[in-house]
Design a protein. Structure first.
Length: 103
């Protein structure tokens, strides 16, 4: 992925699956900010092995973990094969109660 002006602009993704439920349900839309640094507990979009995943970044001592909110999915330790694509700054929704800002 080359880094041009467009690569630094916020973008939206639709959540597929229930790995981050109940905070992010299947079909909801999230806004991603690619130019920010990811602090502890931030919701992030990461890429590994050609897959893009939404997880919560958790710092545990020297380890950085990609943790799902749904316990039916495994927590993954951040490794050299992971690429941070951005952090979630907003959850969009058609109803006001569904909209939420992060960070």
């Amino acid at each position: 992925m080359s880094e041009g002006c467009g690569d630094l602009e916020p973008f939206a993704l639709q959540v597929l699956g229930d790995s981050m439920a109940p905070e992010f349900w299947d079909g909801c839309v999230v806004v991603i900010e690619p130019a920010r640094t990811a602090p502890d507990q931030a919701y992030v979009v990461a890429e590994t092995d050609g897959k893009v995943i939404l997880r919560q970044l958790v710092h545990d001592g020297d380890k950085r973990l990609l943790k799902p909110l749904n316990d039916h999915y495994p927590t993954v330790e951040w490794g050299p094969d992971h690429t941070l694509r951005g952090i979630v700054v907003q959850r969009a929704g058609t109803r006001r109660v569904h909209r939420k800002h992060y960070l």
